[in-house]
Ligand binder design. Structure first.
Ligand code: ASP
Length: 331
């Protein structure tokens, strides 16, 4: 039994500016991260697989409207939602992913079914939805994904006629998520730092296997049909028992060009560097060279974890076997 079992999660790199974050919104984020970690930790403690633990943690984060995945996803340029997700099992190198789905309640569960029940790895759009329907997964009306905060964020991005990474309108989101807030107007202009949503989980189970899962609504005001790094194995999600499991968040186009998740694993395999060193190099050295902003979470088969980000913050946390979950937002 590998008692180094651990789960780590993220809810996006880039956060609401500290100055704009109210105590109650901050507490809501910590509570949501804590709940997802505790659920994943329970799966691991019961002897469940890393794959089950990351599926469950990401499913919960998808259901939480605070994060840009599942309910609470950002809007496309057409005022719709298109969701992407991927999952990978480090013990078998099996993977499943879906992109551009509009009505699947939990994209991560669809990705999981692709991993388990399809000979293919990635389904898109209509084909992904037909596959999910045939698997008996839950479908919802598009309005299910709507939140006031993301809708206003989209209107802002649309008026400026540009795509915007989630949390660009972070102050917006902060004011909209705040309870008892009777001032719906944003208090500050859009943060010039790019901000990202997306959720992910990586885990090492008691049997010594790792897995990774990532899910997103993408970027605000993205063109219809745009696919980012999240559902691409090697870019936004990767897992191999021999090296590590990785889930990313950030400017998807740059993470794709850097094959960011796989690069962490490849550096460990080919350069024999530690998880920490490989993850740091990708996030702090390689991605910034092409203006790639964001972060990642990673775990190796010995239970080491790395949670680097090059943005102001990253919603994140980890829970080791038998210990209290730890959550954090800022540096
Ligand atoms: N990486 C995601 C994408 O480009 C965005 C994010 O992490 O918020 O779709």
């Amino acid at each position: 039994m590998n008692t180094n079992a651990v789960i780590a999660i993220h809810g996006g790199a880039g956060t609401i500016l500290r100055a704009s974050m109210s105590a109650s919104v901050e507490a809501d984020y910590h509570a949501a991260l804590h709940a997802a970690l505790a659920a994943g930790q329970r799966v691991l403690a019961d002897g469940g697989s890393a794959l089950d633990a990351v599926s469950e943690a990401v499913r919960l984060l998808e259901d939480c409207p605070l994060f840009n995945a599942g309910r609470g996803s950002v809007y496309t340029a057409a005022g719709t939602h298109e969701l992407d997700a991927a999952i990978m099992d480090g013990s078998t190198l099996e993977a499943g992913a879906i992109c551009c789905v509009k009505r699947v309640r939990n994209p991560i569960l669809a990705a999981r079914r692709v991993l388990e029940r399809s000979e293919h790895v990635l389904f898109t759009g209509e084909g992904a939805e037909s596959f999910a329907a045939a698997q008996g997964l839950e479908f919802v009306e598009p309005e299910y994904f709507h939140t006031e905060a993301r809708h206003r964020q989209w209107l802002l991005a649309r008026d400026r006629n540009r795509a915007m990474l989630d949390h660009d309108g972070a102050t917006f989101a902060a004011s909209s998520f705040a309870t008892n807030n009777d001032d719906p107007a944003p208090r500050e202009p859009i943060d010039p730092n790019r901000k990202f949503g997306t959720v992910g989980a990586v885990a090492l189970d008691l049997h010594g296997h790792v897995a990774a899962a990532t899910s997103t609504g993408g970027v605000t005001n993205k063109q219809v049909g745009r696919v980012g790094d999240t559902p691409l194995i090697g870019a936004g999600c990767y897992a191999d028992d021999a090296t590590c499991a990785v889930s990313t968040t950030g400017s998807g186009e740059m993470f794709m060009r850097m094959v960011a998740a796989y690069d962490v694993a490849a550096q460990m395999a080919y350069r024999s560097v530690s998880l920490q060193e490989a993850a740091h190099d990708v996030v702090m050295n390689r991605l910034p060279k092409i203006d790639g902003r964001g972060g990642l979470i990673a775990v190796d088969a010995r239970g080491n974890i790395a949670l680097p980000f090059n943005t102001e913050g990253m919603y994140r946390g980890f829970a080791r076997h038998g210990e209290m979950p730890v959550t954090a937002i800022y540096r």
